[in-house]
Structures are given as structure tokens and as C-alpha cells.
Design a protein around this ligand. Structure first.
Ligand code: UDP
Length: 192
């Protein structure tokens, strides 16, 4: 994909469908893939925090999550095709995983929420293999990363909010070749 730089963040210029095709092919090849769906809040935060900007620079794909990014690109006369949100991408990938018998590991949100996420996923996507779940209130990600390394999921969804989720993905993505994606508050939406 080509990129459009909005306030220092390089967004991919892609439709949601083309982006999904690319990510799915990478998951099939078990390529280590870090996706950030960045909203204007993330862009502004990256401008103030060089350490976070550096982490974003290591992402394989940064997608425009929010109309503000689409408008910004249009003002720069470098229009982006459409929004690619974290929630929609996660839902599309779960449906694809269901059809293709892929596995996913879910980390994030409050304990009662992640229990509901597991229930909803098991019901809606019965062929998807839930490789594991953990709530988002842990002191040390190390043991969770160790479990992810053992169970080798095709996809890891991390919903602990930014900038923490991107920091954790940057620190631990090496433990498993597959998709790593921060999905913010998406588990709260998915759980009900
Ligand atoms: N969260 C978490 N651990 C934390 C802090 C937050 O699991 O230490 C969860 C919180 O329960 C919520 C999500 O992370 O489900 C944050 O959602 P928010 O909408 O604030 O994140 P954003 O989309 O802005 O990144």
C-alpha cells in the first residue's frame, strides 16, 4: 500500500477489503504482523511522545480509525479511501477465522467483560478456536506472553487501551508469529 502522512503518522491508503485480504494472507503465512488502527487521539499523542512515535514506526500497518484522519488526509489533498476501524477489523477477522478454523487469543478489559467476550465469540464464531483469554488488569505481561508463545495463536487481540497496548505489542510480538492488534475498548462493545 502507499501511505499518507497525517501529522507525522503514515497511514496506509487502502480499502477495508484490500487491507483485510493482505492481513489474512499474512496470517496464513504466519507472518509477524503488528496493526495499529489510529484515531486522532493517537496521532496527537504520538506528536507529544517520541517514544510512542517510535513504536508506531515499527507497526506493519497503521489504518485510519476515525473520520478526523480521513478529513485530515483530504485537506492535504491526499485522500484516503475509507475508515478502517479497530472494531470492524476485529469483527471481520473473527468471521474469517471462523470460516477458516483459525485461532485467537484475547487479552484485555475487566475480568467480567473478558468472560463475556469468550462466551459471545464461542457462540457467534463456533469454528474459531479460542486459544486463550486474560483480563487487562495484570502487573506483568510476561506470563501471558509465555502462554501465547506456547499456544501459538494465529491472532492476538489486545484491548487495554493506548498507549499501553502498542507498548506491550512492541515488547512481546517476537513471542508469536501471527497478527498482533490493539483494539482499545472493542471488548466492551463485543461483550454487549
Ligand atoms: N483496560 C485494561 N487494562 C488497563 C486499562 C484499560 O484492560 O489497565 C481496558 C478497559 O477495561 C477498556 C479498554 O482497556 O476495555 C480501554 O478502552 P478505551 O476506549 O479507553 O481505549 P481506547 O479505545 O481509547 O484505546
Amino acid at each position: 500500500f502507499t501511505h499518507v502522512n497525517v501529522l507525522g503518522v503514515p497511514f496506509i491508503s487502502a480499502t477495508q477489503a484490500a487491507f483485510l485480504n493482505t492481513v489474512e494472507a499474512r496470517i496464513n503465512r504466519r507472518e509477524n504482523t503488528f496493526v495499529v488502527t489510529a484515531n486522532p487521539e493517537i496521532v496527537m499523542y504520538a506528536r507529544e511522545q517520541p517514544a510512542y512515535q517510535k513504536i508506531l514506526a515499527t507497526a506493519d500497518y497503521i489504518t485510519p480509525d476515525g473520520i478526523g484522519i480521513i478529513k485530515g488526509a483530504a485537506i492535504l489533498k491526499q485522500p484516503l479511501p475509507e475508515r478502517i476501524t479497530g472494531y470492524d477489523t476485529m469483527i471481520d477477522l473473527l468471521a474469517w477465522a471462523n470460516e477458516n478454523h483459525k485461532s485467537a487469543y484475547f487479552v484485555g478489559a475487566k475480568p467480567e467483560v473478558i468472560v463475556d467476550v469468550a462466551k459471545v465469540v464461542a457462540k457467534r464464531y463456533p469454528q474459531l478456536q479460542i486459544a486463550g483469554t486474560h483480563d487487562g488488569y495484570f502487573d506483568d505481561f510476561g506470563p501471558i506472553a509465555e502462554e501465547i508463545r506456547k499456544v501459538r495463536p494465529d491472532m492476538v487481540f489486545l484491548a487495554v487501551g493506548f498507549p499501553k497496548q502498542e507498548q506491550l505489542i512492541s515488547d512481546y510480538r517476537h513471542v508469536n508469529n501471527g497478527l498482533w492488534m490493539g483494539v482499545g475498548g472493542s471488548f466492551d462493545v463485543l461483550s454487549g
